[in-house]
Design a protein around this ligand. Sequence first.
Ligand code: ADP
Ligand code: MG
Length: 370
Amino acid sequence: MVFPQFHPDSRALVKQYLTPAVYEQLAPLETRTGFTLAAAIQSGLKNPDSHIGIYAGDALSYSLFSSLLDPIIHVYHSVEKTFEHSPDFDQTGLNQTALDQTGLDQTRLDQTRLDQTRLDQTRLDPLDPNKAFILSSRVRVARNLSGFCFPCHISSRERTRVEALIFDAAKKLPGKLGGSYLSFKDLSPSQMQARLTRKQAFPKGDRFQDTAGINRDFPDSRGIFSSRDKKFMIWVNEEDHLRIISMESSADISGVFNRLCRGLGHLSTRLEFAFDKKYGFLTSCPTNIGTAMRAGVHIRLKKLEKNQKILKKLVAQYQLQIRGTSGEKTSVNKSIFDISNKQRLGIPETRIIQNLHSGLAAIIEAEKSL
Ligand code: ADP
Ligand code: MG
């Protein structure tokens, strides 16, 4: 066993917390599916500019490698050292057997806390009523199916099974949530390109995901389920088994969130998601655990773009993060910022929406005052 050599310039959290003692403890271990520390840290080792640098290969990775992952999670999500997570919705994931016996059971569906009262409480004052700044709102949650390896460690057979289970659940979505599934495998390269340009497909993951093993066999068993109005989507087998997304071209974040709750509630009655009391919903990247939710907007900030100090201060104050116009690790184009919540663990979903709302109100005020 040789202690891994990270790039001298690397500031990845995995480099900071993988001490020789932690390495000695974790290097000989493997999860029940055969996932190891060596596999988990590949991305951080090969990309000197990684921020985190570690991925989970299955649900058990979190407990087995906790002496390395816990301090990283503690720092990223700003939670107590002895954190735990209880989600605000949909923790009642039903297992498949129960459903096969009962069909879609309304009582169980209600237990997913889809009650209108609670959702209505998250209706917030309209942000940006004159449509001057916010171009679109998007809320997504990441989920993985319980009992399957996560994308960086999954076999192609398992991946195909995951796709089939998600497809089965998605085709039963009712009303406005209903739609169709597009399998990327059925597209020619030029059709795929056209879809990518129109943002109706997701591309192969970036080099961080690539070195983690997430891009293997792309585009096999990948695809997107979209509702007819294209406001509700499920990305299948991207960085996680499911990225459940609600989005629209408006500033109505709570409306977008409520649609997500409805869709997620229905899916939770048919799919069992990987969940843990301490870590919340389990995802490939430790930055996503907990609620696994990222709620954000695309917002045009011409003045703040030139006064980034003010913008960064506000973003930090409200626990938000900035991404580029085409997503994580891309640049800001035509002054369009992607602003979303940073913390996903140890915070209820509804509070994430409220914090985002307050933060955006402050950012819009600052933009107007310049
Ligand atoms: P995540 O991993 O949280 O889903 P990424 O940063 O990987 O997000 O971005 C995924 C895609 O979603 C990118 O194409 C990005 O431009 C798009 N996107 C993110 N937020 C918004 C938004 N508010 N409006 C429109 N598109 C968005
Ligand atoms: Mg992403």
